[in-house]
Design a protein around this ligand. Structure first.
Ligand code: APR
Ligand code: PHB
Length: 386
């Protein structure tokens, strides 16, 4: 078998890349380790920047997003009970949309016309530093080979693509945070119209949502915490303690339909091109979820990569693929900075002591009182230009 591009991974990045390539007449096969149901079963944030909304429309997969997505004109940030609304639309004329990543993935799966090979095991990348790369994988005990022109590693942080690059060719940058997010999904109406990011001496909390009838809440927990230690009652009691009184009072609780802990990490690999292999999405970088950048950064990577691979395949020009890594790393590092800043402002870091908390309080007070600071937050949260 032969194709123009082999995409490793059928998460949002791989599916979006595949869709953009097929619309441009570039053949691409996606190899995915898991089943479609497994991929759709992942619970992930869904705050879409305008750029991601536009990309869904370019992929001709945006209809349901526009029907069901929730437009949000701002967020609330609170610090020890003091609350301030950052009104994106008033500040910079832009907004975001709340639409679950699962739904983005489902829409892209449904739009795709080309082959996606699910439950592909033992994927291996070969000769991507030469002119004739190929990939092998096994299924039902049979090993298959696909020859191609390019390979796109969209297989996430734990994928095979980045691990296939010789260590001497890769530089990684990482910060692992000493805490995680314990998240709960509940079929109850959200406590507020928009998201509430709360800093409290007991730890960070986030009030988010999936629809008018389904809410998502998080509390900061130690990195080594186990979700089994948290009954629903313990979660709701802790969440109330971290919110201001009127929000805590208004909280509608119920039995959790999902409860899990996600670790927080900042990570970037450089460069993102190795001959005919390109890394995009979580395979290339990880951001702490505080800034809601993970999905949006993956989408902006593949928008650039799609244009580069279309140009290389159709117009036989290498300009786009030669520029890919430097171009996307510019935006990646700005998103890393913003996600690190939001995380540093909103979480408790016992190791920084009383001085550190005063600095966080001063940051909140400055943000609350400065239009310029709020515009900066709004620019970053709604998405910097690509
Ligand atoms: N072979 C084939 N597929 C693989 C392999 C492998 N060796 N390893 C991983 N995969 C698949 C995973 O099963 C997953 O479906 O690659 C896909 C990667 O998807 P994501 O991890 O969702 O990464 P990405 O598409 O870049 O999307 C980033 O997803 O994890 C969230 O917070 C993240 O919102 C961000 C978004
Ligand atoms: C979520 O709804 O899961 C969510 C929203 C915003 C974030 C992180 C997660 O910053």
């Amino acid at each position: 078998m032969r194709t123009n591009v082999i995409i490793i991974g059928a998460g949002p990045a791989g599916l979006m890349l595949g869709r953009l390539l097929e619309l441009a007449g570039v053949d691409a096969v996606i190899l995915e380790r898991k089943s479609p149901d497994y991929v759709l079963g992942r619970i992930r944030a869904g705050v879409l920047e305008q750029g991601t909304m536009d990309l869904m429309d370019r992929a001709e997969a945006g209809t349901r997003m526009h029907q069901e997505g929730l437009i949000h004109h701002g967020i609330d940030i609170s610090f020890d009970g003091d609350r301030h609304r950052v009104h994106f639309t008033n500040l910079i004329g832009r907004h975001v949309m709340v639409y679950g990543q699962t739904e983005v993935t489902r829409d892209l799966m449904n739009a795709r016309k080309s082959p996606t090979i699910y439950e592909a095991e033992d994927v291996e990348l070969h000769d991507f530093d030469g002119a004739n790369p190929y990939v092998t994988y096994s299924q039902n005990g049979v090993t298959h080979r696909i020859d191609c022109d390019y390979i796109a590693g969209c297989d996430g942080f734990h994928g095979v693509s980045r691990q296939s690059v010789p260590a001497k060719s890769l530089t990684t940058f990482e910060r692992v945070y000493p805490f995680g997010w314990l998240g709960i999904l509940v079929d109850q109406p959200p406590v507020a119209d928009e998201l509430i990011y709360a800093h409290h001496a007991r730890g960070f909390a986030l009030c988010s949502q999936r629809s008018p009838k389904r809410s998502r809440y998080y509390v900061q927990v130690p990195a080594d915490e186990n979700a089994k230690n948290w009954s629903d009652t313990r979660f709701w009691d802790e969440l109330r303690l971290r919110l201001n009184p009127e929000t805590a009072e208004a909280l509608k609780t119920g039995p959790s339909i999902e409860k899990s802990i996600a670790p927080l990490r900042s990570f970037v690999a450089e460069p993102l091109r190795f001959g005919r292999l390109f890394l995009a999405g979580d395979a290339a970088h990880i951001v702490p979820p505080t800034g809601a950048k993970g999905l949006n950064l993956a989408m902006s990577d593949v928008a650039t990569l799609a244009d580069a691979l279309i140009e290389a395949t159709i117009e036989k020009s290498a300009a786009g693929i030669d520029a890919y890594s430097a171009k996307v790393l510019q935006r990646i590092w700005k998103a890393e900075r913003f996600s690190w800043w939001m995380t540093s402002l909103l979480h408790t870091f016992p190791e920084t002591g009383a001085f550190g908390r005063r600095i966080q309080r001063a940051e909140f007070d400055y943000l609350s009182g400065s239009v310029a600071a709020q515009q900066s937050l709004a620019e970053n949260y709604t998405g910097l230009p690509s």
